[in-house]
Design a binder for this molecule. Structure first.
Ligand code: ZN
Length: 139
C-alpha cells in the first residue's frame, strides 16, 4: 500500500492482491483513526459480497472470482470492541457491464484500488443491537 496525506485526508493506493477491507482497517489502526468516511474506486477479484437477511439475521454470501470494476466503494470506520472496524459497501461491474452490489466482506485488489479516507474528529463506536443482531453505530 502507498499513501499520502493531503490536508486532513488520506489518499491510498493498494497493490495487486492486497485485501481491501483488511488494508483499510490496518491503516486506521496504524494512524490512530477512530472515525472516518471511506470511498474508493478501482478493481477487485475474489470479492465476497453480502446481503443481510433480516428474517434469519444472517448474511447471504456470494463470491465473485473474476476481476470486477469497483464502480463505487462507500463506507465508514468506527471502533468495534476497541479496534477499528470498516463497514464497506460496493457496486461492482463485470465484463458484460452488469453490476453486482452488496456489503463487502473481503476482496483482493486487481489492477489497483484507490481509496480516500477522511478522518472525523473524535471517535465513533459500534455496539451489538439485539433487534438486528448486528454491531450498529452506537450514537
Ligand atoms: Zn453492510
Amino acid at each position: 500500500m502507498r499513501h499520502t496525506r493531503l490536508g486532513d485526508t488520506y489518499l491510498l493506493r493498494l497493490e495487486t492482491d492486497e485485501e481491501i477491507v483488511g488494508a483499510v482497517t490496518r491503516f486506521a489502526a496504524d494512524h490512530g483513526i477512530q472515525a472516518a468516511s471511506v470511498e474508493g474506486i478501482g478493481s477487485v477479484h475474489a470479492a465476497v459480497l453480502g446481503y443481510f437477511d433480516r428474517a434469519t439475521k444472517q448474511y447471504l454470501r456470494r463470491t465473485f472470482d473474476d476481476d470486477m470494476e469497483i464502480l463505487s466503494l462507500l463506507g465508514n470506520l468506527a471502533l468495534n470492541d476497541g479496534k477499528p472496524f470498516a463497514h464497506v459497501h460496493v457496486v461492482l461491474g463485470d465484463r458484460e457491464f452488469k453490476a453486482a452490489a452488496g456489503h463487502l466482506f473481503e476482496g483482493k485488489t486487481a489492477a489497483t484500488c484507490e481509496l480516500v479516507i477522511r478522518p472525523l474528529s473524535g471517535s465513533a463506536r459500534r455496539a451489538k443491537d439485539e433487534a438486528t443482531g448486528l454491531a450498529l453505530l452506537d450514537l
